[in-house]
Design a protein around this ligand. Structure first.
Ligand code: ASP
Ligand code: MG
Length: 400
């Protein structure tokens, strides 16, 4: 039987009415004869509330115990959605990540999926049931519950799509796809019809919140095509897949921005080992999400457990070669091989300088050029890039 995987994010399930609307959509697809595995996130801001609750009882909670707590958010969604489907006369079964066959490493709060055994899911689908899987979780080597890091249920969906051999992986959120920039910041941004996984990974790395970076990594590794869609109301979609064809000219596909980045500069004099150790210690979720150029770390402060504590520890332990700045914003122009040609970086800086925006630092990586600007210039800088790189004119964007 043809199987599709659908993932619904927390905001798409935030209230009963939304959850019921999702159930209706699933029921309709199921009645057309399609086999379905549905992956769900915790409703609304449940995960943050659970974390805060733990924090009120213990300032330094054990990660293993936190995983036990956080996983409950997704389990609640899975159970309620399954019950709502039953109410519509649709057979469905809710499974925890472990029951669905998701196995991970042992890194509590930040585990990586090692394998997915599709046996149970396949037999449930063959028996005519919609399988509703709690996202963001799995079982570690000892069988203990693990979670995958914030936003991790996208990764669950992609991993399950690969394991069951799904014909498509649809990721539903409250936007109808990936835009050339965040439309709340750049009103003239347009939806991209198609995007390569590599470009998506780079956009996600530089702050685009539509798809989780690790999920995109997993999709690259396993060749999974993602359809990003809106859960409620109509709209188009963005298809994100392995690059088709080779060569082609350099292009800028979109603009990503990131705010509240703690900037740490270091030279050869720095004690790099001590610095990495500290970053591991204070980074609560996903250390590899740090941005950086040469001699520079940019840490998303929303991922850090204790920013003042980290700053003080760096000053005390990392030697003279390290300097901690305040927070900055980054603005990146992302596209296939965008960072290869040095003139692109120079052009990016000129665009901002022409608008009297001070560029604190600029660097290129393979598929992006990035400028650091003051926090309050973030939106203006994004708009300047969007216009200056003529993104709407490249023929890449396809306005819905
Ligand atoms: N509920 C988790 C979070 O809020 C996982 C997810 O939404 O993907 O991070
Ligand atoms: Mg969530």
């Amino acid at each position: 039987m043809d199987i599709i995987v659908q993932k619904y994010g927390g905001s798409s399930l935030a209230e009963d009415a939304k959850l019921c609307a999702v159930a209706h959509r699933i029921a309709e697809t199921r009645r057309n004869g399609t086999g379905l595995v549905v992956v769900v996130s915790a409703m609304g801001n449940t995960t943050s509330r659970l974390l805060a609750h733990a924090g009120r009882l213990n300032a330094t909670p054990e990660h293993r115990e936190l995983d036990m707590l956080l996983a409950a958010g997704e389990q609640k969604s899975a159970s309620l959605l399954s019950l709502a489907l039953h109410d519509l006369g649709i057979e469905a079964v809710a499974l925890t990540g472990a029951q669905a066959g998701v196995r991970t490493c042992n890194a509590h709060l930040n585990a990586r999926i090692r394998s997915v055994d599709p046996t149970r899911m396949r037999s449930e689908v063959a028996a005519g049931r919609v399988v509703v899987v709690a996202g963001f979780q799995g079982a570690g080597p000892t069988g203990d519950i693990t979670t995958l890091g914030r936003g991790g249920s996208d990764t669950t969906a992609v991993a399950i799509a690969a394991a069951v051999g799904a014909s498509r992986c649809e990721i539903y959120s409250d936007v109808d796809g990936v835009y050339t920039a965040d439309p709340r910041v750049v009103p003239e941004a347009s939806r991209l019809r198609m995007l390569s996984l590599t470009e998506m990974k780079t956009l996600a790395h530089h702050g685009s919140g539509v798809l989780n970076e690790r999920a995109v990594d997993y999709a690259i590794e396993h060749g999974v095509t993602i359809h990003a869609r809106r859960a409620h109301g109509d709209g188009g979609q963005t298809i994100v897949r392995t690059e088709q064809g080779t060569g082609g000219r350099t292009r800028i596909a979109g603009i990503a921005t990131h705010g509240e980045l703690l900037r740490i500069d270091f030279t050869e004099l720095a004690d790099r080992a001590a610095l990495s150790e500290l970053l591991d210690e204070y980074d609560s979720f996903a250390p590899e999400l740090a941005l950086g150029g040469r001699g520079l770390y940019l840490l998303p402060t929303d991922q850090l457990a204790d920013v003042p504590g980290l700053c003080a520890a760096i000053e005390a332990r990392c030697g003279d070669g390290v300097r901690v700045h305040g927070t900055v914003a980054s603005v990146s122009a992302v596209g296939r091989q965008a960072g290869r040609d040095p003139s692109t970086l120079a052009f990016a800086q000129q665009l901002l300088q022409a608008q009297d925006i001070t560029v604190h630092h600029a660097f290129a990586t393979e598929h992006a050029v990035t400028c650091l600007v003051a926090e309050e210039m973030r939106a203006t800088a994004a708009q300047t890039f969007h216009t200056g790189f003529r993104i709407a004119d490249t023929g890449v964007a396809d306005v819905a």
